[in-house]
Write a protein that binds this ligand. Structure first.
Ligand code: RP5
Length: 177
């Protein structure tokens, strides 16, 4: 867990199988010091547990829910149907999948919004959640600005390396983030 503070983000996934793809969200929230809780709750296998969890989320202090699932990925959509909190979907895609999770999540009916990230885009899901929370949290907004500045610095640095050392040396050099 990120901190001992009360969780303000719920990260849920349909299966233990999704944990590897959702780890980017958990790492990102920890990096920003955002308190979260993480659960495996399935729209298909544990539907009542999921509904109870989502219906109680706002009352327990959560502000955003991030939901990741693959295959017949109903988790995020059902979650959005059970709450008025912002819900961010991470469609999970594996080698033996097509784009069914993505399609089912971006085709939500009008009236039930779902913020769908790219396939396996759990890091961006967490960053989007941080942006939402930062609207009302100046300290978190400052952390996000620092994060953005590091991206700028890193972009300038790699371009400088390219200009100074040439493309072949840059290609074979260890890659930063
Ligand atoms: C989905 O089915 C889950 O979200 C997971 O991505 C996929 C496979 O789950 P397992 O059969 O591996 O538990 O509902």
């Amino acid at each position: 867990m990120a901190t001992s503070a009360a969780p303000i983000i719920g990260v849920i996934m349909g299966s233990r199988s999704d944990l590897d793809m959702m780890a980017g969200a958990l790492e990102t929230l920890e990096r920003f010091g955002v308190a979260f809780e993480v659960r495996i709750l399935s729209a298909h296998r544990t539907p009542d547990l999921l509904a109870d969890y989502v219906k109680g989320a706002k009352g327990r202090g959560l502000s955003v829910i991030i939901a990741g699932a693959g295959g017949s990925a109903h988790l995020a959509g059902v979650t959005a149907a059970h709450t008025t909190l912002p819900v961010i979907s991470v469609p999970i895609r594996r080698e033996n999948h097509d784009h069914e999770a993505l399609w089912s999540n971006i085709m939500m009916p009008p009236g039930v919004p779902l913020a769908t990230m790219p396939e396996n885009g759990s890091t961006n899901a967490a960053l989007f959640a941080v942006r939402l929370l930062a609207l009302g949290d100046p300290e978190l907004a400052r952390k996000y600005d620092d994060f953005r500045q590091k991206q700028v610095d890193s972009g300038i640095e790699v371009d400088r390396q390219l200009q100074d050392d040439g493309w072949e040396a840059t290609l074979s050099a260890p890659r930063g983030r």
